[in-house]
Structures are given as C-alpha cells and as structure tokens.
Design a protein around this ligand. Structure first.
Ligand SMILES: [Zn+2]
Length: 278
C-alpha cells in the first residue's frame, strides 16, 4: 500500500492547508528549517513501526528532510517568519546544551515565547494534513495561525518533553486513553517530535506530568516567559504512540498516513559526497 504523501509531493497547484485558497503550493519543512540540520531521510508511516503490514518495501527518500507541499507562499512565510523562530530558538538552545559536555542539572530553565511556539507546532501539524478534509483541530489551528491575537482555546493543550532521538515523527489525529491504564476516557491527540523536543497536542489539560505551554494561553505571541525543562524526563523514541499494556491509539486515515523520517547514515554520506562534487 503506497503512502498518500507520494501523491501530494507531486501536487504543484491546490488549496493551501492554512488559508484554503487555491494556487501555487510551496514546500514547508516539518520540523521547520532553521531548527534542525537538513539531511537525507527515509520516510515511512509512523504506524509501520508497530504494524509490520504497513511498512513500505521501499521507503520514500528526501535529500533535505521531511517536507510537505501543502502551503501557499504567504502562509508559508507567516509560519516561517512569525512563529518558527520561537520554536527554532527553543530547539536549538536545548540541543546546544544537550550536545555540550557540560554537567547539566535535572531541570533547566529556558526563556521562550510559549504561544508563538504553540502556533508553530500547530501550524506544522496542519501543514502535514494530506487528506483533503479537515480533522484534528484544523479549523481552530487555521484561525490561530492567521490571527495571533486570538488566545489559545481551552480545549487545546500543548505539552513538551525532551526527545533525544534522531527519529522525526509528525502525527495527526488519534484517540488515546486520557490516563495510562484507564480505558474509560480518551483524549484527542497529535504530536510532533524531533531532536531534542517532543510536543503533544491534546484536548485534556494534564498528561503524565508533562510540562504544558498552554498555561500561558492568553499571553500574546511576543511574550517571553521562563519555562522548566526536565532533562531527566526520558520517554522512548516511540512514546506515546507505541502500544503498551496500558496504552494504545485509535486512528483513522489521518493517523494512518502520518509520517516519520529516519536520518539515513548511508544516504547522508552519499549526499555529502554529491555536494562536494560541485
Ligand atoms: Zn495559504
């Protein structure tokens, strides 16, 4: 079964996922350019990691990271200019600390713009929509990206934790138990993970002791606050999506077509050689 991404990659004209106007589409990197080193990656479904039937025989390969051709140039610049710098600063500052040989305490403090980071994370999850219909929190995300004066609504929380892994995972729309081991209440979720951060978007206000950016939901996107990042709060590379005795995901087409990208060492080397030959 081929991935839907393949078809969307070729589409040059179409409706923009954010403003919905039809026109020429531009590439948007998810995770955003400027926050990661762009390198060759193999692209496969997130679900292929735990449902072997979904694994692609020949994974898609992109020479410069995971990217989606789903935004018009105007919306691409809104994300890239207004919100991505906040997300990229957060990721780069943390990456620098984690990559340093400094002795680090269990918790560190970082100054970030929480509601700009939230808009960047949500905007890229809308970028990653490959079906032609809205699901997830799409209509709300659209308003939040296009109008930064609207507060983040109460039914959206964005949690963060450290993700010290190379896998990049962009997942849209599933139901997951609101508490591990309790199958009577479910939350609607999506997530974005790449080195060194994971973000979980949910309609509940607390999950697994994760830090929440949405406690600053009413602050303008220019507001800088100090947040705590717990460096000892390790989760697996495939947390929370990998099934466990107390946890599982229920998803439809959007979840099925959600993507992960693995940096491919052999391809990275070949690509470097290729660049050198110019
Ligand atoms: Zn647009």
């Amino acid at each position: 079964m081929d991935i839907l991404y393949k078809k969307y990659k070729k589409r040059k004209i179409g409706p923009c996922n954010i403003c919905q106007k039809t026109g020429r589409l531009t590439w948007d990197h998810v995770p955003p350019k400027g926050g990661i080193d762009l390198a060759p990656v193999e692209i496969d479904r997130v679900t292929s990691h735990f449902i072997s039937n979904f694994k692609l025989e020949n994974p898609e390969i992109s020479n410069d990271g995971l990217k989606y051709r789903t935004l018009c140039s105007r919306c691409n610049s809104i994300l890239g200019n207004k919100y991505d710098p906040a997300l990229n600063d957060f990721a780069k500052t943390l990456a620098k600390l984690l990559n340093s040989s400094l002795y680090l305490p269990e918790t560190i403090k970082l100054s970030i713009r929480p509601t700009a980071v939230i808009r960047a994370v949500l905007g890229h999850l809308l970028t990653a929509r490959l079906s032609s219909v809205d699901s997830f929190f799409d209509p709300t995300i659209r308003e939040l990206v296009l109008n930064d004066e609207i507060p983040i609504p109460k039914n959206i929380s964005v949690f963060y934790w450290i993700h010290p892994f190379a896998q990049q995972i962009v997942f849209r729309d599933a139901l997951m138990p609101s508490r591990i081991g309790n199958f009577s209440e479910f939350q609607r979720i999506g997530f974005l993970k790449y080195f060194p951060l994971g973000f979980l978007v949910s309609d509940i206000s607390e999950y697994e002791g994760l830090g929440s950016l949405s406690i600053w939901r009413n602050e303008p996107s220019s507001k800088i606050v100090e947040i705590s990042v717990r460096l000892n709060q390790f989760r697996g590379a495939f947390w929370p999506e990998a099934p466990s005795p107390g946890n599982f995901l229920m998803f439809g087409a959007d979840g099925l077509e959600s993507l992960m990208a693995h940096p491919n060492k052999k391809l990275i080397e070949e690509y470097r050689q290729h660049l050198k030959s110019f």
